[in-house]
Design a protein around this ligand. Structure first.
Ligand code: KIV
Length: 257
């Protein structure tokens, strides 16, 4: 049965952990979906495969192009697509136009946007009222890299309180779920207990309702991983060995036989 946004909320109530990963193409999306991953995020960390240093250059057209490929590989998981930098912050109309294109053109069920400042809350509320499910994202928000860097957020009492209030406000605005990135585990716990919508943590401790990781980190393909990522296999080495074996066999005229 395809996963819905309501299902995620039920899973929170049942304390059934939600498993999420990122996908940027058909091949990986198909593997993740068949493996039973609950939520597939077409994140703007897609910057990695496009060779960008940060997520800032990723365009809406690039997200749409990759999300369409992911959609073709996803049958059951809930598919969420990131709104890239400056495709939603300018105005509510801009956000509606970008989010609307994502839902209409890719078949994704929801969008994700970073930040919980007051103007954003109005945008989330209006999108939710228009029937567009929105996933929030607070803590470390990589689109603000030039303000925040990539360091852990919410370390002081004041910063921790600010993130908690943003999360509460996003729920009140109508977000169906919220990503908590790179914050202390105690803050992850506090937010998770306070909200009725599911929290999906990435570097936010073990108490969140679900966890998400960037698939290229999990597979050992990223050039550098954040400190909270766990590498479950080293595909970079496997691929290097395979292509070197192929190259040797071609050079030695062993392939094709
Ligand atoms: O873009 C992304 O992949 C994300 C995850 C890190 C949550 O936002």
């Amino acid at each position: 049965m395809p996963v819905t946004t309501q299902q995620l909320i039920q899973w929170k109530q049942q304390r059934r952990p939600i498993v999420a990963l990122t996908a940027w193409d058909y091949v990986i999306a198909h593997i993740l979906d068949a493996a039973g991953i609950d939520l597939i995020l077409v994140g703007d960390t897609m910057a990695i495969i496009l060779g960008y240093e940060t997520t800032l250059p990723v365009s809406l057209e690039e997200m749409l192009h990759h999300a369409k490929a992911v959609r073709r590989g996803v049958k059951n998981a809930l598919m969420v697509v990131d709104l890239p930098f400056l495709t939603y912050q300018e105005s509510f109309q801009q956000a509606m136009n970008s989010a609307g294109r994502i839902l209409k053109e890719t078949g994704a069920q929801a969008v994700k946007m970073e930040g919980g400042y007051p103007v954003m809350l109005d945008t989330v509320a209006r999108l939710a009222q228009a029937g567009i499910p929105v996933m929030g994202h607070v803590g470390l928000t990589p689109q603000s890299i030039h303000q925040l860097g990539l360091k852990q957020q919410g370390k002081t009492q004041e910063a921790s309180e600010r993130i908690l209030q943003q999360a509460i406000a996003l729920e009140q605005a109508g977000a169906f779920s919220i990503v908590l990135e790179h914050i202390p585990a105690e803050l992850g716990l506090q937010i998770t207990q306070k909200l009725s919508i599911p929290t999906i943590g990435i570097g936010a401790g073990p108490h969140c309702d679900g966890q998400v990781l960037v698939t290229s980190d999990v597979l050992g393909l990223s050039e550098k991983q954040p400190p909270f990522a766990k590498i479950y296999t080293s595909l970079k080495e496997t691929i290097t060995k395979a292509v070197q074996d192929y190259a040797s066999e071609v050079r030695e005229r062993k392939f094709p036989q």
